[in-house]
Design a protein around this ligand. Structure first.
Ligand SMILES: Cc1cc2nc3c(=O)[nH]c(=O)nc-3n(C[C@H](O)[C@H](O)[C@H](O)COP(=O)(O)OP(=O)(O)OC[C@H]3O[C@@H](n4cnc5c(N)ncnc54)[C@H](O)[C@@H]3O)c2cc1C
Length: 401
């Protein structure tokens, strides 16, 4: 019979949030068990686009994991009328999630975490004894648990039943490129707006393959595939052929997503709905929240067990950006044509995207600057028709086109 092992922390989920949290905790000397439902490397529906500012968080160079460095942002309206900007330095990198996540888990193991993949957690409960994690046939016990098990995880289900449901869905597909297609997409990200309620279609290059997809408001989920199909044929990606897609929830941040700390449990990444509602970026915030969760647990170890610090840290370090992204997404996704006109007429706005992606500007300052240079009448239209919100609190001088 196996001796009962008690862990300091059990991390449920071996994606970016869980692997990062496990790595940071193990580095701090904690006894950590990282549980991943699937065998690694595992597929994850994702565009795999990492904003360059992720370099600040990652404790290693991406190296060979980087499939492509992005130096061009191209926006299209229903596949046409491209508005683009090319930069001298990369603004983002492209990874395959199977190898990227496996590398992160490998770092956690190198730091001393125990990884068990192919182990699905069935349920989690808090008891006087700590946190009990049921793996179907055996139970593991720890002082703390981190829910890093994605958009529909069991930790949130069992310990945070009042959490909000994910608000958006995404479809993802991989399409081999011809050499002409590869040359056309090299270093370029295409964001297509105008046909996708609450989201957009994208094409990301990865060494001869286009990673294409769509994010869309959950209430319009039935339109996801037709939107993606139209985008692919307009962009000449699919030649009308059917494409195999994989779907997943995208738990974009919104007001009232609910608590992310309770008792001995913390939620991170997608489990905490920390996806940027404007760009759909989630990997960065998964890594950041994983690191903050680890810090909270290390602090709690010496502070008598209170994890409250985590909620406060997320509120100051992540939530303001996601709230600003939420206001921008209301403008851009509810009035996409007007937003596209802003992009066309004010080329400086694409440079603001660059500055956010490389971490030179915050979303809050993106928001201030984009409205500062936009005519008052247009800003009022956004306010009235898109419920853009937040404008009166962040009033700026308004420019003219
Ligand atoms: C179509 C699509 C495209 C996207 N594109 C991008 C993009 O280009 N850039 C970007 O930054 N973000 C993108 N995102 C968002 C991004 O994928 C997520 O925000 C990110 O993966 C969150 O990381 P995570 O570690 O929180 O969760 P996940 O990556 O979902 O990892 C959770 C892990 O937990 C495991 N798990 C689940 N349940 C259990 C269980 N019961 N027991 C054990 N393990 C379990 C899962 O197998 C998984 O490995 C996209 C999302 C979608 C759906």
């Amino acid at each position: 019979m196996r001796d009962l092992v008690r862990y300091d922390t059990i991390v449920v989920g071996g994606g970016p949030a869980g692997a990062t949290a496990a790595m940071a905790l193990a580095k701090a000397g904690a006894k950590v068990l990282l549980l991943e439902r699937r065998r690694l490397p595992r597929y994850k529906a994702c565009g795999g686009c990492l904003s360059r500012r992720v370099e600040r968080l990652l404790p290693f160079d991406l190296g060979e994991l980087n499939e492509e460095s992005i130096t061009n942002l191209t926006f299209t309206w229903r596949g046409r009328n491209p508005v683009e900007a090319t930069f001298s330095e990369p603004v983002a990198y492209m990874v395959w999630r199977d190898t990227f996540d496996q590398a992160l888990c490998g770092r956690a193991v190198d730091a001393g975490a125990e990884l068990q993949d192919g182990q699905a957690v069935r349920s989690v409960k808090e008891s006087a004894n700590g946190v009990e994690v049921d793996l179907g046939g055996r139970t593991e016990i720890a002082d703390f648990v981190i829910g890093a098990d994605g958009a529909c995880g069991v930790v949130a289900r069992d310990l945070f039943p009042d959490r909000a449901q994910p608000m958006a869905v995404g479809l993802d597909a991989e399409i081999p490129l011809t050499s002409a297609g590869e040359a056309a997409l090299r270093g370029r990200v295409i964001i297509d707006v105008g046909r996708t309620p609450g989201g957009y279609c994208w094409a990301f290059p990865k060494r001869g393959v286009a990673s294409v997809g769509v994010s869309i408001d959950r209430r319009s989920a039935k339109r996801a595939l037709p939107c993606l199909t139209a985008f692919l044929s307009a962009g000449g990606f699919s030649n009308g052929k059917a494409v195999r897609t994989t779907g997943a929830m995208i738990p974009v941040y919104h007001d009232g997503t609910g608590p992310i700390h309770r008792g001995r449990a913390l939620l991170t990444g997608d489990a905490a709905c920390l996806v940027d509602p404007f760009l759909g970026e989630g990997i960065y915030y998964a890594i950041q929240s994983g690191q903050l969760a680890a810090r909270a647990i290390v602090r709690a170890g010496s502070d008598g067990g209170d994890l409250q610090w985590y909620q406060a840290a997320i509120s100051t370090e992540i939530t303001p950006a996601l709230e600003a992204a939420g206001r921008l997404s209301r403008a851009a996704h509810r009035l996409p044509w007007l937003w596209f006109q802003v992009l066309r007429r004010r080329r400086g706005v694409i440079d603001l995207y660059r500055k956010v992606l490389i971490g030179e500007e915050s979303y809050e300052s993106f928001e201030d600057q984009v409205w500062a240079g936009t005519p008052r009448s247009i800003v009022m239209l956004f306010d009235l028709l898109a419920g853009r919100g937040g404008f009166s609190g962040r009033r700026q001088e308004l420019g003219s086109w």
